[in-house]
Design a protein around this ligand. Structure first.
Ligand code: ZN
Length: 161
């Protein structure tokens, strides 16, 4: 069957940017299971998957607008070190995860390390980049009622979330 909104797709991907490999789901040893139509993937990837069916292997190139967006200026923020999990290990240019006061977390890039604070760029590390994906679509199936009510796919193992 062809992937559509409310399908669960299982796929492997290799992500490259600026000619270098950034991520390979096979290295992680696990394919991704995603419920389409819920904004869980970047827009261009979701759109591309909708055209395909199980067994398809294809390459897509996504401009920033279809991926993590354009870089925005003025998104530097000075944050006390206590909000970082491993503040002592952080160096300029490193991506890290910032715990937000209002809950949740966000990937940021270190711009400057001070005595008690760290300046971070709130742009996503992949913002402004054209991304290349090699995708192998392994399986397409209809979402279960439970998955639809949760708003996400359940993987091969039973999952409580
Ligand atoms: Zn769930």
């Amino acid at each position: 069957m062809k992937a559509s909104k409310d399908s669960v797709v299982e796929f492997h991907y290799v992500l490259s940017a600026d000619g270098e490999q950034v991520e390979n789901s096979r290295d992680a040893g696990q394919s991704l299971h995603v419920l389409l139509g819920r904004g869980q993937l970047i827009p261009g990837m979701e759109k591309a998957l909708l055209e395909h069916e199980a067994g398809d292997a294809f390459a897509i190139e996504l401009p920033p607008e279809e991926a993590y967006g354009l870089r925005q200026e003025g998104l530097t923020q000075r944050v006390p070190k206590k909000y970082f999990q491993h503040a002592a290990r952080l160096k300029v240019g490193m991506p890290t995860v910032l715990q937000l006061k209002e809950g949740g977390q966000r990937v940021v890039v270190v711009q400057k390390v001070g005595m008690t604070t760290i300046d971070v760029d709130l742009n996503h590390p992949m913002a402004g980049k054209t991304l290349n994906f090699d995708i192998e679509l392994l399986n397409v199936r209809e979402a279960s009622a439970e998955e639809l009510s949760h708003g996400h796919a359940h993987g091969p193992q039973a999952e409580a979330g």
